[in-house]
Design a protein around this ligand. Sequence first.
Ligand SMILES: Nc1nc2c(ncn2[C@@H]2O[C@H](COP(=O)(O)OP(=O)(O)OP(=O)(O)O)[C@@H](O)[C@H]2O)c(=O)[nH]1
Length: 274
Amino acid sequence: MTEASITATPLPDIQSTGDGRKVAINKVGVTNVRYPISLRTPGKGKGNEFIHTVATINMFVSLPHDVKGTHMSRFLEVLNEYHEELSSDALPLVANRMKEKLESQDAYLELSFPYFVDKKAPVSGQSGKLDFDVAFELASNGTDDFVMTLKIPATSLCPCSKEISDYGAHNQRCDMTVKVRMAEGVHLWIEELFGIVEQCASTQVFSVLKRPDEKWVTERAYENPKFVEDIVRDLAVALNNDDRIVWYQCSSENYESIHNHNAYAFIECDKREE
Ligand SMILES: Nc1nc2c(ncn2[C@@H]2O[C@H](COP(=O)(O)OP(=O)(O)OP(=O)(O)O)[C@@H](O)[C@H]2O)c(=O)[nH]1
């Protein structure tokens, strides 16, 4: 078959045919798309520097009852248009484009990706990049509802163990997870939320630690013991004190070093209901 004859042959478009079951679909689309993305960072305060990472992405639209199928290829076309600027405040643009291109009332975007912040070791000042997981979720179905999730590693040290032991105290690496909704029109940098969250454990984790740094983090954790309950309460207080955040869920999972199970605590708060 020549190229000319391929172009000339009209292919059937099954997706655009009708459906008689009278059942609308809430979400249809693509899941588990791995794609390179770029996100704006505060950089040196100007907000015009970018970080590049790889996201796992889900994209959905709603489908009316009388349409047989959505046009799957168009999700990837939209992603390809926008992946070079997928900061949180660009997501409504992407959702609008999905609605337009896929002729839908509603669009949903879910992105999860590793993110990196520059951290200097506490004493030596050695630089390194700390990685943690971030997720963005946007539901654009009448209004735009955006939720940002950060899962941040840190160190916790058990106050009970410190109190009862003649020397030492058992400690853990913990994962603090915060999900936040922001007040309308507010942009919260990932770096800003990271800065709030990492203060709430016994001490932070770093990528490069020389011996003077190791001494500092060991002693800092010992001076600042926290149960998993202390961590989530301190997270809640910090998130309560930030007026940019109107709703949050926060949790901590502490990977016990003296048990083969974990300790966990969770708090949810909707300030809009207060
Ligand atoms: N709707 C739908 N499409 C599917 C599914 N599984 C695979 N596809 C494929 O998605 C591909 C792209 O479909 P479309 O986006 O409609 O492709 P197209 O008609 O060439 O593109 P447009 O002209 O933009 O509509 C096709 O190869 C479909 O077969 C499914 O479960 N549902």
